[in-house]
Design a protein around this ligand. Structure first.
Ligand SMILES: C[S@@+](CC[C@H](N)C(=O)[O-])C[C@H]1O[C@@H](n2cnc3c(N)ncnc32)[C@H](O)[C@@H]1O
Length: 271
């Protein structure tokens, strides 16, 4: 059973638990890195995930942990009524700047993924991309998604994941990611996400893993401002990666640079 963060007295005073605070501080420092040039600006994975989701007309959409706003603003550009939400003010500022630069209109709300300030049945679609591995309580997040969706509404989740039943590779990836970005909490497997969805009455329609090539290790460090000692530790972990991790994440060298592939999960569920 996975363990998530526990609230202490000081955490409850700030309204954020330790894991949320770490994420918020990390993204406040690094918000400038999540703009146009970031790999997340390519939203072809979002389009692929939406292929089977009926989105005729103007739909009410919530994009959770919107970051630079790439997913939410893409949906706004398709004509939907989109709310972009995030825990981190600086990220919401970056998303607002992108909204203005692109001549789009959207709403912005600051809140955690684990507690949403909306009435039951407010949205037709909830999206969340490349963020849930930071969340302190994925089970609360999924329960909130189910609550704020209308009956028959859709949930689209895209995130780094790891194959079911690969504990050694999972532990390795978790250690690497935690060293690179200490605000990382946990990658969940496809089975774990499916169980969380089913527990709150969401019917999973699509659940697929596809490898996504990561830029080389140095880009990866710069994005998270990884401390020098952690960079060294990650390089050592990569050099000594167990066979299961080498196979699953296709760890290799190209032109003297370390490259690897992250299993990206796309999950589409219906309420
Ligand atoms: C990599 S960015 C998201 C990228 C974005 N979804 C996209 O498609 O481009 C991760 C975001 O998750 C947010 N975040 C982390 N933990 C959160 C939480 N518990 N609740 C809400 N937002 C959170 C961070 O503030 C950050 O903006």
């Amino acid at each position: 059973m996975l363990q998530y963060g526990v609230m202490s007295a000081s955490e409850s005073e700030s309204g954020l638990n330790e894991i949320q605070r770490a994420a918020s501080e990390q993204f406040a420092r690094q918000s400038h890195r999540y703009g146009k040039g970031h790999i997340l600006a390519d939203v072809s994975d979002v389009d692929a995930a939406l292929a089977g989701v009926p989105l005729n007309g103007r739909r009410r959409v919530l994009d959770v942990a919107t970051g630079g706003g790439h997913t939410g603003l893409h949906l706004a550009s398709l004509g939907h009524d989109v709310t972009l939400s995030d825990l981190t003010d600086a990220m919401l500022d970056r998303a607002r700047e992108a909204e203005e630069a692109r001549g789009l209109k959207a709403r912005f709300e600051r809140h955690s993924a684990e507690a949403m300030p909306y009435a039951n049945g407010t949205f037709d679609l909830v999206t969340c991309r490349v963020a849930p591995h930071h969340f302190s309580a994925p089970e609360r997040f999924v329960a909130e998604v189910a609550r704020v969706l209308v009956a028959d509404g859709h949930f689209v989740l895209i995130d780094g994941s790891v194959n079911d039943d690969e504990p050694e590779a999972e532990a390795w990836l978790h250690t690497v990611e935690k060293l690179r970005d200490p605000s990382h909490n946990r990658f969940l497997t496809p089975r774990a996400w499916t169980q969380l969805c089913e527990a709150v009455g969401l019917r999973v329609e699509v659940c697929r893993l596809a490898p996504r090539k990561q830029p080389d290790l140095e880009w990866y460090f710069e994005t998270a401002a990884t401390p020098a000692a952690n960079r060294t530790a990650v390089r050592e972990l990569v050099a000594n990666a167990p066979a299961s991790a080498r196979r699953l994440f296709r760890v290799a060298e190209e032109d003297g640079k370390v490259v690897w592939w992250w299993p990206m999960l796309t999950l589409v569920a219906r309420r």
